[in-house]
Structure formats: C-alpha cells, structure tokens
Design a binder for this molecule. Sequence first.
Ligand code: DUC
Ligand code: ZN
Ligand code: ZN
Length: 487
Amino acid sequence: MTTYDTIIKGGLVAAPGRDLLCDIAISNGRIAALGDGLQGAEVIDAQGLIVTPGGVDAHCHIDQLTSTGARTADTFESASRAAAHGGTTTLMPFAVQHRGCSLREAVTDYRARMGDTSHVDCAFHLIVTDPTQETLKRDIPDLAAEGFTSVKIYLSYDALRLDDRSALDVLAVCRAERLMTMVHAESHDMIAWLTERMVEHGYDDVRYFPRSRPIVAERDATHHAIAMSELIDTPVLIVHVSSIDALDEIRRAQAGGRPVLAETCPQYLVLADTDLDRPDFGGAKFCCSPPLRDKAHQEALWKGLADGTLAVCSSDHSAFFFDGPDGKKRNGDGAPFTRIPYGLPGLEARMPLMFSEGVSGGRLSLQTFVEVTATRPAEIYGLGASKGRIAPGYDADLVLWDPLQTARMSVELLHDGIDYTPYEGIDLVGRPVRTLLRGRTLVDGETWMGGEATGRLLACERPVPEDRPRPQNAYYDVTENRFSDGF
Ligand code: DUC
Ligand code: ZN
Ligand code: ZN
C-alpha cells in the first residue's frame, strides 16, 4: 500500500460538489488521493472536524500607498501570518499604479515589498490609474504574459478614477488579452457634488459619511460599468457590492446572459451604517467605501451569495491603526470624513466570520462557503488549476475547522497587530484549528508552526476563455476593429 507524506484522517471533507467523510493523502505538497484507510508518515487526526480548502482572499490591500498618502498598516509578513491564522492561504493584493508612474514600476515595487516575506501564496492584481499608451500597449500585455491577469479600475476617487474613454481603453485591452477587469463602482461626480454641499453646511462628521456615498451612486456606477462591459464585450467583476440596488443591476445583467461577476465582503454582511454613530471618533473604525448600509441590505447580500449572483466574498482588507501617525486619526481625532483613510482590517476575520455567520448561522451551505471563499475566486482569477479545491493534483492548502468551538471576536483574538477590529464582540461558532499551506502546517491551534516564510508569488492563467459565448447584439470588436455584425 502507498505511504503518503501526510494523511488528514477522518474529517468531513468539503470536496468539489459534495461533503465526504474520508481521509486526504498529501504528497510533495499536493493532494494525492481522497479515500478510506490511507496511510502516511504523518497522520493528522481530523475526527469531528471539517476540512475545507484554504481561503483565497481575492481583494486585499497590503503595504499599499493610498492615493491620499497614507500607507496601509501591515507588511506582507504580518498580513500573511494573520491570514494563515484565519484560514486563508492565498492572498490577492494589488500592485497600484499611481498617476505619472509606470505600471511596470508599480509591479516591481510590490514584488519587492513581498520579497520572500509572505507566509502564504500571493498573486497580484494590477490597479490602472494612468492608461498611457505605454501602459495599454506594452505594460499590460507584457505583465499578462508574466501571470498578472486581472486589472482593477476605479470610477470614483479623484486620484484613481478613470473617465469613460480611459475606462473603455482599459476594458478593450483586457478583452484583447483575456483579462478580468474588476470595477470599483461608485459614481464620482454624484459623491463629489454631495460631499461639497455636506461639508459646506457642516455635515462633515464621520457619522454622516455613509450619506455622502449613497446607494444611488453605487447603483448608477454598477449599471454604467455593466454598460461599458457590454459595449466592449468583455467580462467585468463588480467588487465590494454593498446594496440591494447594485445587486439588482448585477442580477439583471446576468439574467440577460452578460458576463458580469460580483463580490461582496463580510463588512457588508455583518456591520451596518449605525456603527458609524459610535462616540469618540469610533465611527472612523467603520469608514470604508462603499460605506456600510442599513441592515436591510444584509439578508439580500447573503441570499446573493447563496444563489450565486455574488460569486466571491473577499475581505477588502485595508488596515489602518485607529491611533498613531498613519492611522484613522492621521488628520486629527475628530477629523472630517473627507480626511480619514478609508478601509477596514479583515484578512484574518473573513473566513471565521463567514463560517460562523454563514455555515453555523444556516445562511450558507458548507459547499457555498467553500465556493465563495476559495473555489470561485481561484477560478475567476486564473488560479483554478492549483488552488481552491480539495481534489487530487491540487495544492494541499487546507483548513481544519472545529464546528463546535466558540470564541468572541476581539482584537486579542487576532494576530494582525492592528489596534482594533470592527468585528469586536461578535460571537463565533466554529473556529479554524489548523491551517496547512502546500502540506505544511502553518498554524496548529494557537501555535505558529510556519517558521521562515515559504509563500510563493503565483502566476495566474488568463481568466477569460478564448471560446466564451458571444452575446447576440452587435458590439465593437476591438481585436478586429469592426462591428461584430459585419458592419
Ligand atoms: N475602499 C476601497 O475601494 N479600497 C480600500 C478601502 C476602501 O474602503
Ligand atoms: Zn474599491
Ligand atoms: Zn479595495
């Protein structure tokens, strides 16, 4: 009988399509077999535990310089260590091109920041803010060939947003190169106009922040992003969907056969706009964009995950300390909402929250939990051949969960070193108790076993298949430079 390197014995395994009580055999860092009575040099007892693929967090900002000059709080070392504690084994942060800089230089910079310091595997998305001819014609195609195969564009934020012509240019290159385009969909001018008036009339306290970025601005930009993707005939993925209204736009596009994908994040599922009312500038801890919404949106988003409208649940981790010179108070305790760095920490909390609120809470099946936290993000961004599934040939990135273990979310429970968590006080049912990356245990209970960092920089496949179905209506074919109906 074959003796494998490691056997995970007797757990309930969330295998593709069904949950199985079986052993998992691991050899050379990969899953070698699923079955009963498998033998290995090392045996990990998983009786009474659930085994899922390691989480793939497809939207996180790590060691990133924001457009307003603040740098996010963690390094690749600290972020990846925290991620592993929370059951995430692949991170997809961003390499950001700031205006006037080259995209290639941005990638060189972020690769150097990661270096050999990550404890989990990483693949970068590209943020394009300056689509010069060099960016469009040289850097994006060259980087795509090297495995950087997804691009995020912004329809909001002064320093990041693209106007429509520039956005269409980027979408056209993504179509030609078969890349996934992620869109931050909030209407810039609506927000800017409203913010100006609110500030002028003294409504600049952080508790008014959600009103400055209203749902209609998200709905409008979501519709617009979908329309641009239709014109170019290329898939888009709408990131951090926060409202029923945006979800409805996405659902309508999908029902019409459009290649429109979407993501939401735990903050929109478990936190609400009332959290921004907290005293002593506490609302700043909940300041992110799109903003937190009324609780009524939460159940709709959970249903969107359960029915597949929302394919991905990422953290949108963008961590700032509450105190300190580069944190939420960098422009003063009580600063106006226009001068607070936006973003919430969530790398480590994402999987435990989704397991507890989703699986233990009866909102998601175990299968759907795995799909939205691991399988679909891996597939959508070109990592589907090695990540996100428990099947022979896949990387042995695995998480063992004790479905009965409970804890209360708190800053002490987490390992990211940030001085707060927006999820403080949430009771958790079900906890990750062991995380493995390519067959090696990184975390066992509370004990860090990871030693030296072994995370790899991953090259992604081109996510859009050559033979994807084409829509019925005519579109301008940017590869052929003519209309698709022959005009
Ligand atoms: N919104 C984003 O789009 N990115 C990072 C943080 C945030 O709040
Ligand atoms: Zn965004
Ligand atoms: Zn983001």
